[in-house]
Write a protein that binds this ligand. Structure first.
Ligand code: KIV
Length: 266
């Protein structure tokens, strides 16, 4: 199967076929997500929380993102790989944004980048698309704004806030974004935005009417349990499985049943 392209993603919206997206941060998990047939893999800056053990995503650096994206692109055969612009890699202005975004394509082999923000990043989106760097925008709850937002809260709940979000969605589309990720907004608002945009919307905590869905892999497979957002559905509990397996290994080492003859040489 050939690599999924932006044209494939746009076509899915036209044909009413849902777009599937998950995060991955390293070779083995990227291989698993790809083999499961997911359309897009986001190397999210959420790796700060689910891989690095940080309290938020702000300390994640460009070099760390490139390091992880390289591992992911090495593993992936079909999915579109999207690199996530970390905090302060694009906020200072379009020129720095283009240089950093370019690294995802040039050094790490990604096909596109994602960045958080609405009207305040349209110059960056324009500059990137002019440089042939496809951009996925990210509006609603933007985790890099955790301090301004006062926590990870549902956005667009009042009439005025909803209007602002609809306006942001149009502005990032007009600036050239090929898709808009919408995080933690009421489902009716996400439905309105999805109906108004010509580019696909990808929802996380935004209800069922978006053109596609994304979740953080470690939430989906039960590897992250510091907190579980309401919008997460856990499809497996690999942490419990792994603790069980490691516990059995430990027992067998202690009681002498591992290694047996079978695992030994003569
Ligand atoms: O960094 C990330 O994983 C994200 C998700 C919330 C989609 O942006």
């Amino acid at each position: 199967m050939p690599r999924i392209t932006i044209q494939d993603i746009l076509k899915k919206k036209d044909e009413g076929v849902k777009i599937t997206m998950l995060t991955a941060y390293d070779f083995p998990f990227a291989q698993i997500v790809d083999e499961a047939g997911i359309d897009c893999i986001l190397v999210g800056d959420s790796l700060g929380m689910v891989v690095q053990g940080l309290d938020n995503t702000l300390p994640v650096t460009m070099d760390e993102m490139i390091y992880h994206t390289k591992m992911v692109t090495r593993a992936v055969k079909n999915a579109m790989v999207i690199g996530d612009m970390p905090f302060m890699s694009y906020q200072a202005g379009p020129e720095e944004a283009v240089r950093n975004a370019g690294r995802f394509l040039k050094e790490a082999g990604a096909s596109a980048i994602k960045l958080e923000g609405g009207g305040e990043v349209t110059d960056q989106i324009k500059a990137m698309t002019r440089s042939d760097i496809p951009v996925m925008a990210h509006i609603g709850l933007t985790p890099q704004s955790v301090h301004r937002m006062g926590g990870y809260k549902v956005q667009g709940k009042t009439g005025e806030a909803a209007k602002r979000l609809i306006d942001e969605a149009h502005r990032v589309e007009d600036a050239g974004a090929f898709a808009v990720l919408i995080e933690a907004v009421p489902m009716d608002l996400a439905e309105t935005i999805t109906g108004e945009l010509t580019v696909p919307t990808i929802g996380i905590g935004a209800g069922p009417h978006c053109d596609g869905q994304v979740l953080v892999l470690h939430d989906v497979i039960g590897l992250f349990d510091r907190f579980v957002p309401r919008f997460v559905k856990r499809y497996a509990n690999l942490k419990t499985e792994a603790i069980g397996a490691i516990g059995r290994y430990r027992e067998e080492v202690l009681n002498g049943s591992f290694p047996s003859e079978k695992e030994s040489f003569r």
